[in-house]
Design a protein around this ligand. Structure first.
Ligand code: AMP
Ligand code: MG
Length: 345
């Protein structure tokens, strides 16, 4: 879950700049709580349109930290670390841990095996954990590919076993969405059902914003930091974006991004971004990565979710696919997505 911060920050700034501009025009600006934190290798921003929310916001942040301590593959006291470092042993885990593994399994099946949380050895091989770019040999790719395969994982009601040494779980594609949902739950339980949570681009928009309108979220153009491709109005929904403009390196003019096709063993190419709106941030996070993987394979419909935008790329020329469900969420005050091809579901 370590992230190249300098590459992630611009997206988020833009995502919220838009909201910021809108808030500035309202007198309710002073009544907002807006807090920024650093956690899970990225930033967390929480906005609550109620000046008494400060203690609840701190509790929500603590909850995100708790999820990080459980799922991070860097923290040597996390459950993920324990599973990863005890091959062959049935490691006792929590119901929450099993729940996320089961969710990941569901999307593994839906994506024909492309979404795979055992992809760790490949992510590592390409240098994304160490933030050092690496172009591996075919032999190295084959060896790492051999260690990947969610079907090899042994799951009981209370334990997880990685059957082979050097296999590695990686919750990077879903833990932030889950943590955003948990933070939302803490705020709701404390009586603040109106809130906006953005954890490294994984958003949960609870209730309504300061003007009692739906929350406004701008989706950044994957090749131009200051351009907004789409503006969404959402309420009680999760929004997740996966992109090739964060955690990326260039080698001999080619772009290599952190989402890896476990079949080829290589970073996905041809997709610049996918943005998904779903009932919660966990589902949106799972879906955005799954659609990112299947867009390249033209397998979008198999996922069966009709609220997303996919941006394909061919030598940095972008083309857009938008579903009717996504179109309905676009702000009426803004122009629709340019040159979008509507995919009918
Ligand atoms: P996201 O930004 O939510 O799309 O998640 C991307 C992260 O998921 C990467 O940084 C890796 O940690 C992890 N990942 C990479 N490839 C895959 C894959 N094929 N299936 C599941 N997770 C992946
Ligand atoms: Mg994801």
């Amino acid at each position: 879950m370590k992230i190249l911060l300098q590459k992630v920050l611009p997206i988020i700034l833009v995502l919220f700049l838009l909201g910021g501009l809108i808030f500035l025009r309202t007198e309710k600006e002073q009544e907002l709580i807006r807090r920024d934190f650093t956690t899970m290798g990225t930033f967390l921003r929480i906005i609550v349109p109620d000046p008494t929310a400060e203690p609840a916001v701190n509790k929500a942040y603590e909850e995100v930290e708790r999820i990080n301590r459980l799922f991070s593959n860097y923290i040597d006291t996390s459950l993920t670390f324990e599973v990863n470092n005890n091959p062959g042993k049935a490691v006792e885990v929590t119901p929450e841990f099993i729940k996320l593994v089961e969710k990941a399994k569901k999307y593994h099946d839906k994506s024909d095996g492309l979404f795979d949380i055992t992809v760790g050895p490949l992510v590592d091989l390409w240098g994304f954990y160490q933030q050092k770019e690496n172009i591996p040999s075919d032999k190295e790719i084959d060896e790492a590919r051999d260690l990947v395969g969610l079907q090899q994982l042994e799951i009981s009601d209370t334990t997880i076993t990685l059957p082979r040494k050097d296999m590695q779980l990686d919750f990077g594609a879903l833990a932030k969405g889950y943590a955003a949902d948990r933070a939302s739950e803490v705020l709701k339980t404390s009586g603040f059902s109106d809130h906006l949570i953005n954890l490294g681009g994984n958003i949960y928009a609870g209730g309504y914003g300061p003007e009692d309108e739906k929350w406004t979220i701008g989706i950044q153009n994957p090749r131009a930091q200051n351009e907004i491709d789409a503006v969404l109005n959402v309420s009680d929904a999760g929004v997740g974006t996966s992109g090739d403009y964060e955690r990326t390196f260039f080698h001999e003019g080619e772009r290599y991004s952190h989402i890896i096709n476990p079949v080829s063993g290589r970073p996905v190419q041809g997709v610049a971004a996918t943005t998904v709106v779903a009932d919660d941030a966990l589902e949106a996070d799972l879906l955005s990565t799954s659609l990112y993987l299947t867009t390249a394979e033209e397998g979008l419909k198999e996922i069966g979710h009709d609220t997303f935008m996919a941006v394909k790329t061919d030598n940095d020329k972008l083309s857009y696919w938008v579903t009717p469900g996504f179109q309905k969420l676009l702000s009426e005050k803004r122009a629709p997505v340019r040159n979008a091809e509507i995919i009918d579901f």
